[in-house]
Design a protein around this ligand. Structure first.
Ligand code: MTE
Length: 353
């Protein structure tokens, strides 16, 4: 059920949903309610239920899954485990919380965890931002990520491998959704470049493709009947230079613990200078390729969502301006900044306008 009262950071359901999909959903809702014989009063009651946003505790518990076993900290010889990257503020005993990399700062207030967890985009579960309500059946553990394509040593990693082999760190990043809402959250993860090194990309590998799980029985919107007309599974892509940039993370945690299901457990991409749709959740496959891969939103609506998708206040979305962003929770407004303020790390990747 949708929100009736729109929060300051929300576009309307119609605005953020592809037009054809929105109209179809509306028709289905009407047909469904009619088939139940639901009257106007009944619809009113259902809408009121839609206002029930859940307590913070409910929202956070809904997406929690069995914690990943903790790996030992790096030993005196610096064996893989948990080497500090930068800063020495936290002394981790297990994996979470990981040491904070002090190089990165939000420059504004951190988003309250429950506010971020309550309002998520995860179309496999729901298109109304309330995916926390629909993640119960999703099983993010056990899990594997296959890394293949144009590389010398293709390999499948399970979660334990990732935690043992990758040096985890925490980074305070800004996140900007193409729908104009934004958040500031601490991700725990590792550089994608570190993982790619292990498979030894071939020189011909110019792009990296990402794919999400595809389990209709665990994700209600994905499994809806008739299926919504989306090009499942959710896919995304980066150039190899973007994928190996020092900002690009694979995150396994957030706010000092493992990722909640609605944020993309157990492992997701984080590319903070691009609109949020590039940060694909719950990844099962990463493929090195010589051509730009097809991506979910670009396939669905090529006129609205491009492959590059860098945050840019000067290029409006066809249906709304990108000049201002609104913080989740507080509704505070900030002028949008080119590359989401990460230009010193990434501007060189792109030809000057
Ligand atoms: N990944 C998958 N698999 N499915 C999705 O629907 N939504 C994207 C991205 N990754 C999405 C996804 C969008 S549009 C955004 S803005 C971010 O996830 C939102 O991340 P968050 O919900 O954790 O804040």
């Amino acid at each position: 059920m949708q929100f009736i009262i729109r929060r300051p950071w929300q576009l309307s359901q119609r605005d953020h949903t592809p037009e054809a999909v929105y109209l179809r959903q509306k028709l289905h809702r009407r047909q469904f309610l009619a088939s139940l014989g639901v009257s106007a009063a009944g619809i009113g009651a259902l809408l009121l239920q839609g206002c029930d946003k859940g307590t913070d505790d409910e929202v956070l518990k809904a997406g929690n899954y069995e914690p990943i076993p903790t790996a030992p900290a790096a030993d005196a010889n610096g064996e893989p485990g948990h080497e500090p990257i930068v800063g020495d503020s936290v002394a981790p005993q297990g994996m979470y919380p990981a040491r904070r990399n002090d190089k990165f700062e939000y420059g504004r207030a951190e988003t309250v965890e429950a506010q971020a967890a309550r309002y998520t985009n995860f179309y496999e579960f729901d298109s109304s931002k309330m995916s926390w309500r629909y993640v119960t059946k999703f099983q993010p553990s056990p899990w594997t990520v296959e890394v293949d394509g144009l590389c010398a040593k293709p390999r499948t990693f399970d979660l334990d491998d990732l935690h043992k082999l990758m040096p985890l760190e925490e980074r305070a990043y800004r996140h900007r959704c193409v729908e104009t809402w934004a958040m500031c959250v601490p991700w725990t993860g590792f550089r994608l470049s570190e993982l790619l090194k292990l498979v030894e990309p071939q020189p011909a590998a110019k792009f990296v493709a990402f794919e999400t799980f595809d389990r209709p029985s665990q994700a209600p919107h994905r499994g809806a009947s008739p299926p919504p007309s989306y090009p499942w599974p959710y896919t995304e892509g980066l150039t190899i230079a973007e994928a190996t940039n020092e900002l690009t993370l694979l995150a396994t945690g957030m706010y000092g613990h493992t990722l909640l299901k609605q944020h993309g457990a157990p492992v997701r991409l984080v590319v903070p200078w691009k609109y949020g749709f590039k940060s694909i959740k719950s990844i099962v496959r990463i493929t090195l390729a010589d051509k730009p891969p097809a991506t979910f939103w670009n396939t669905l609506m090529p006129d609205e969502y491009d492959f590059e998708a860098n945050v840019n206040p000067h290029v409006s979305h066809p249906r709304w301006s990108q000049r201002v962003e609104k913080m989740l929770g507080s509704g505070e407004k900030h002028p949008t900044v080119i590359y989401n303020g990460y230009g010193s790390y990434v501007a060189d990747l792109y030809p000057k306008a």
